[in-house]
Design a protein around this ligand. Sequence first.
Ligand SMILES: [Mg+2]
Length: 178
Amino acid sequence: MVRKTIAIDMDEVLADTLKKVIFKFNEESGETVTAEDLQGVKLRDLHPQHVESLSNLLLDRSFFRDLEVFPDAVRVVKRLTEHYDVYIATAAMDVPTSFDAKYEWLLEHFPFLDPQHFIFCGDKGVVGTDYLIDDNPKQLAAFKGKGIMFNAAHNIHEEGFDRVHSWKEVEDYFFGQA
Ligand SMILES: [Mg+2]
């Protein structure tokens, strides 16, 4: 039997990117933004005066190297690999200085994945897997397979996709409720 394929995004799906963005942003701007402030709002829209320093944050070559992994992500991805061919699809082209850190981060936290299954891309419309788990509504809309929206502060008002709020819910989605 041919195994089905799943592509998984990195930022705000496997990695808690927003947590570090908020921490670094507050440190450099003197603001006191919390995750609650960003429900349905983008940081750059909340503080347009700091857009440049926000962009500079991400250009730090080590920014993506020490992001926290979301709870249960490692365990559930590992379980998925027993039944599906799992790929990592990250729009790394958005931040080309992130390649090394993202690659090393994946090797550290997901050593059981084949690096040949890492896709550093731009538009995920070309990713031909059966499923894509992503927080970005634009990427999910461009994707031609079954898109699954991973809940994130910025996407809470988006509709039209199956939505999961945690890796436990990803597990239930693919394996049924325990
Ligand atoms: Mg993402």
